[in-house]
Design a protein around this ligand. Structure first.
Ligand code: ZN
Length: 52
């Protein structure tokens, strides 16, 4: 059944990485809503530095 796939996205307030679409290891800080993996790529391009 193809409906099965759609049900995955029915959940309210589901957060997904806006780059790769995964919901694992999602970072919501800085209004990014991207996963840790993509965050590394974004951080690189933004020249984002982690202090501490
Ligand atoms: Zn991602």
């Amino acid at each position: 059944m193809k409906v099965k796939e759609e049900e995955k996205y029915k959940g309210k307030g589901i957060r997904k990485c806006k780059i790769c679409g995964t919901s694992r290891g999602l970072i919501r800080s800085h209004n990014l809503y991207i996963c840790r993996r993509c965050f590394r790529e974004v951080a690189k391009s933004l020249n984002f530095r982690k202090y501490g």
